[in-house]
Design a protein around this ligand. Structure first.
Ligand code: TNX
Length: 517
């Protein structure tokens, strides 16, 4: 226990001798050199060093259930990574030899802001809110993992100093298409775990499309009994029961990730049209579809039953989705005449409002009479965008030539599509949401989202190969100020994340342009 002996060295030279052989081990990195992603806004190194074994407890001052559960997870992380058991305390007269978690409302106006201070025998994590504390814990965990992977057996101390940090954008999202191929609850949880390492805070779930309907709707059971039974290529498909969905929502919320459910309407609906004949204008059910074409299906916009269907679906999903948004799709409704599309969307937007959700949709929604609070998701290639976005709408940037994780990295990538061009990792990193799309007012932009469409992806390894490492760069664009980012510095930090992903068995794409550690 070197930190203990240190107190006695002035009284006995014998102990001083013993001491010098066990003074605190040097940390692997100084605080400013820890290759954290996203890069924090402010890092100051001190001359202190924290021996890992100086920490014996986690102190939770505001005994709040969710802070306690974060403390429990940190405790499990500590045990796994340092083989040491920490105690959990809710009260302590002195703050030393502990990791203290507390709320500090004066920290910033940003709810996700946190301060992380590492002293010689204490770690203080302050959050503006609980969410801030969580983001701070994730920074600490990343620092420990990166140090440990580089330090091998030598890892036993952390560098002293202070990190003060907050995100640039309030919406930093990922989207997973579970309709083209179905992914299990445990795959989704694994994705959520990886998102949380990089401080992503929204997961948009593309729950229905031509090839599959993936969520149980109790009042329309054939959607999953028929529409959920296949996928691209003709595999067996699958769906989430409402209990599965609740489990995912809960798992995500413990990691401060909000689930955004999407039911794509009125196009991309073949799975529903195959399940219920009455949703078709000709009254005949379509065949299930397992190809990858888009833009051939539409709900029958002039039938009343269509709106009963839309109302039931939005009601049932809203009841189990605590997040603010309901995404109603709206993309590529190529066989719905524009007038019909607008009429359909006007009624559907009313239904979303009735169930107290903020409507969200792909930007094609702008032809309808959209309420001001609507969140529009901009996905076009940047150079072919000519439509006028209403000045009062909020915009989420998902430009396909930069943010689409299903675009191939290059011509030899075995998975993915390339209609929006190849997206190597430098291209995916080096852009700015505020200036990418000409004609958009930067004030309208609330954040960015990286969609992962799954036409060519069959299992978690496929997901991981397309998402990582591009999603890590995307997370940094959302968090770190544009003025603080450079490709060279990012590429250097990213090189340390290969071992991190490997340790988690993530099948990432080992891009040649990175000098992986
Ligand atoms: C376009 S982008 C689509 C999806 C496809 C994707 C494939 C958008 C809103 N719609 O239906 O899966 O391309 O990259």
């Amino acid at each position: 226990m070197c930190y203990f002996l240190k107190k006695t060295f002035s009284v006995a030279s014998v102990i001083l001798l013993t001491m010098s052989s066990c003074s605190p081990p040097q940390p692997i990195f100084s605080l400013e050199e820890v290759p954290l992603i996203p890069l924090p806004s402010n890092v100051k190194t001190s001359d202190k060093v924290l021996p890992m074994d100086a920490i014996q407890s986690i102190l939770v001052k505001d005994s709040d259930k969710s802070i306690l559960s974060m403390a429990e997870s940190l405790r499990a992380f500590w045990k796994e990574n340092t083989q040491r058991e920490l105690t959990l305390s809710e009260e302590s007269p002195e703050v030393h030899n502990t990791i203290s978690l507390e709320i500090d409302e004066n920290l910033s106006s940003n709810d996700e802001a946190y301060a992380l201070e590492i002293g010689s025998n204490v770690i203080l994590i302050k959050g503006k809110t609980k969410e801030g504390i969580f983001r701070g814990i994730k920074t600490l965990e990343q620092m420990i993992t990166l140090s440990q992977l580089q330090g091998k057996a030598k890892f036993s101390s952390l560098p002293g100093g202070v990190i003060i940090d907050e995100p640039t954008y309030g919406y930093r999202g990922a989207m997973l298409d579970v309709a083209r191929h179905f992914f299990s609850v445990s795959d989704v949880k694994r994705y959520i775990d990886l998102l949380s390492i990089y401080k992503i805070n929204f997961l948009h779930f593309h729950l229905s499309d031509d090839q599959g309907w993936r969520i149980e709707i109790k009042s329309w059971p054939r959607l999953t009994e028929i529409g959920g039974q296949t996928q691209v290529g003709g595999g067996e498909g699958g769906f989430y029961t409402q209990d599965d969905f609740k489990e995912i929502v809960q798992y995500a919320s413990e990691r401060f990730i909000t689930i955004v459910p999407e039911i794509d309407l009125p196009g991309h609906t073949n799975a529903a049209l195959a399940s219920y004949a009455e949703l078709n204008c000709n009254g005949k059910a379509t065949e299930l579809y397992t190809g990858i074409k888009v833009g051939f299906s539409t709900l029958c916009v002039d039938k009343d039953i269509t709106y009963d269907f839309v109302d039931d679906v939005i009601r049932e999903i809203s009841e189990i989705s605590p997040g603010p948004y309901f995404h109603i799709g709206g993309d590529e409704s190529l066989v719905t005449p524009e007038e019909d599309f607008n009429r359909f969307m006007d009624r559907t937007l009313e239904i979303v409002k009735k169930y107290n959700k903020t409507p969200m949709g792909w930007y094609e929604l702008i032809t309808a009479d959209i309420p001001d609070e609507t969140l529009l998701q901009y996905w076009a290639k940047t150079d072919d965008f000519s439509k006028v976005i209403p000045k009062n709408s909020k915009i989420l940037i998902s430009a396909s030539s930069y943010s689409y994780l299903d675009m191939k990295y290059d011509s030899i990538t075995p998975l993915g599509l390339y209609w929006a061009g190849y997206v190597p990792i430098q291209k995916a990193y080096e852009w700015d949401p505020r200036t990418l799309v000409k004609g958009l007012d930067p004030e309208q932009i609330i954040g960015l989202e990286a969609p992962l469409w799954s036409e060519t992806l069959e299992d978690f390894d496929d997901i991981a190969y397309m998402a990582f490492p591009r999603l890590i760069g995307h997370a940094e664009i959302g968090w770190t100020k544009a003025s603080q980012k450079t490709w060279e510095d990012y590429a250097h930090r990213l090189s340390f994340h290969g071992p991190l992903l490997q340790a988690l068995n993530v099948n990432y794409y080992p891009a040649e342009e990175i000098n992986w550690k």
